[in-house]
Design a protein around this ligand. Sequence first.
Ligand code: TNX
Length: 508
Amino acid sequence: LAALGLVGAGLLAGSGPAAAAGVPNTVVPVPVSVVSDGSTFTLTSTATLTSDDAGVGGYLAGILRASTGYALPLTVNAPGPGSIALQLSGAPGSVGAEGYQLTTTATGVVVQAQQPAGLFHGVQTLLQLLPPAVMGSTVQPGPWTVPGGTVLDYPRFAYRGAMLDVARHFFTVTQVKHYIDELALYKVNVLHLHLSDDQGWRIAVNSWPNLATYGGSTQVGGGPGGYYTQADYAAIVSYAASRYMTVVPEIDMPGHTNAALASYAQLNCNGVAPALYTGTNVGFSSLCVPLPLTYTFIDQVIGELAALTPGPYLHIGGDEASSTTASDYASFLGQVQQIVAAHGKTVVGWHDITHTTLQPSAVAQFWGTTTSDSAVAAAAAGGTKVIMSPANKAYLDMKYTHKTKLGQTWAGLIEVNTAYGWDPGNYLTGVTGSSVQGVEGPLWTETIVTSADIDYMAFPRLPALAELGWSPWSTHNVTAFDQRLAAQGPRWRTMGVNYYHSTQISWP
Ligand code: TNX
């Protein structure tokens, strides 16, 4: 099991092959190191929980009580450890802000971390070491065993994201929370919400109310659309935070803006509002770059959104601005970057923005289908960080095979092993090492309508991308990954996740 990277990572001297009896090949993303001691812990009806963090303790207790039916009393900041103890002390320094150490003996489980985020990720590993029935929402049969040993784990990349396009089709707060819960199982820590596009504007802006009430009133195919009130958006942000996930809101501009232009005639260069749009073409709309009101508009929209967003990033889109001249695009990007900075946020944009002069802190999100891009490489050489979302690997809206009913094919077919088969840290020429901020799986929703559709396109590819974002490259091994992914199938069945039964995986 060199695949587990134990020897290569050299984290635990003498740890030996991870094939040691008892270590299950079940955890996705694969941890940095797993060492079995051959013992087994069994959670019983008299078990207790202790936690140094009330939120993470409550999260774990909620899941365990529902499926085991046990009382599992939780004590926060207890003097002595419970059968399962979540501790903000004792973790080795190497685990950093998001990592953890999980130690299981015959008598109990201890998760140690430096920060609550690390406890939360350790809890995800613990859940994957328990039988799949632990994910049930009603009482299931045990026994509730955890294999004994030590897991030491921390992420490769700081940014491990998933994007949901709520503009092409609108998804309710409940649906977004459901996706957040699914993403959290795989240690994803960023939810990027694509809040505006030609077909819909999905966030209420008090200073420009028609954006949501009119611009949000339809979607692809002509359905009713919808939008988030500011309270709705705040509820998503705080729910994401409870899962240690940062929300990155995107207002796409200067292109992909028909819904805004339809809502306010005065934003158009010719003063005439276009009709709402319910098709799926791209590249036909542009904010009016020479118009001073354009920047008042952006300042007010960004100002309200920044005030509602605790995370550091604000995504300004910038993709496919084919109705904007190159010089207008450059001038626009210069001004918008200043507006975002004035509201205290860091710009993220699709990698098209690397054709302009970027502020040092700006982050580019690569969505190309090639492994070299001279503008992105030049930006990286100048210090720009890059989020890797190559469309032919990471796009969750691409079909798996020609038979897949949902999705598109423009970037190719993406089976699960294709989604897994690339190294984000060494993929794009000139974009390696510290230039890589992380990985994101975007889900565009021209063809995606329901939560079952989201599940089908994200599972099992999202866990593959999550592993690329979390696990050390030394652990990369498609055979071992496919086995660990197979072990997720019974969990998804228990949870009602409508996953794609890829024939590349031997599902149990
Ligand atoms: C390209 S990727 C787009 C989106 C579409 C997507 C469909 C990118 C930055 N822009 O507007 O929804 O393709 O796959």
